[in-house]
Design a protein around this ligand. Sequence first.
Ligand code: ADP
Length: 400
Amino acid sequence: MAKKAVLVINCGSSSLKFSLIKPNSGELLVSGIAERLLSADAFIKINFQGDKHIHPLTAPHNHQSALEFLVKFLYDNALVAELGAVGHRVVHGGEEYSQPTLIDNQVKATISRLAKLAPLHNPVNLIGVEAAEHAFKDLPQVAVFDTAFHQTMPSKAFITGLPYKLYEQQGIRSYGFHGTSHYFVSKQAAKLLKKPYSESSFICAHLGNGCSIAAINNGKSVDTSMGLTPLSGVIMGTRCGDIDPGIILHLIEQLNYSPAQVSTMLNKESGLLGISELSNDCRTIEDAILNDENLRANLTMDIFCYRIAKSIASFMASLSHFDGLIFTGGIGENSDLVRTRVVNSLKLLNIELDPQKNITTRFGKSGLISTATSQNCFVIQTNEELVIAEQTAELIGREQ
Ligand code: ADP
């Protein structure tokens, strides 16, 4: 298995992202995405040897069609022999899974049962698993859970202020997400500091379409801003983050919103999009600030960055010592404006950016962006696919 590649699959409701990775070298052999699945204009984009191949998918235009196309592509390019296992990103592993897990019928049943905690994610993750089982009948399939890294959180961090029996009987607690990303970038930051990971403590801001902050103490997640669902914590592209729960009651009882309308508002119509009334995309908000002096866009960015800074400051309560702040995710890795505004609110924590390093550390670059006298602040490009490939290969290696 050590020399074999892992096919990493990340299934969304209408998309399937894939990467064929050699886990021991990190070499990316093939990557791509199938989009608009379940509609007649579904297509697949495959990046291979510097070329982009784009093809329409045939009926039934689903995840299975995408994987069948990919299998044929791998056969046609003599890549199937390279393949040793399939690693799946699975969003919710509940309290059951704190480690990568070889998928069998019982594991599938548990992922399905946990769908009540992640109705938007676990069912489509299972569709991906079943499509891959069908396409690659002889290969081991491994689940790597987004929640797994956060299973080290102490109970004081994950138990909510609701009656305890809701935790005991219904599993209502904080689980946290983006675990694979928080793990990868914090490990990379420890490497840059030449410190053992088990002695390294960071606060990590994963800022993409979804955003979460995590406190990592001596190499273990001890708290994070997302909760039972990926809706809580800081403001995101279209999600509201933390709000007074009384607002939900007010919407339902006083303003006659249905639960479905509230859900749509909190998940899809809030955040950067809802405040700016412009876009959920950080680049569009930035352009409106810089090119049009759009005041609402500026306010949106201020709210977004201030909430992130407050969350970062609050997680200082979770650490025994502090080795640095890490920015990652599409926004964290690329937006010098967001990083500047966040860190401007963190001067009392002695975090200060080197303006030049902040501007140049973007578009695929990683490194330290703080001044010599500041606490460390890093930009680290995340690579969840590599972690999934490595953990899959390690597990399969152990099982053989
Ligand atoms: P996902 O959570 O879907 O994986 P990403 O991590 O790719 O999302 O992040 C998407 C976000 O990153 C979008 O809001 C996008 O605007 C933002 N982003 C990407 N590139 C830039 C950039 N150069 N400047 C500012 N924001 C960026």
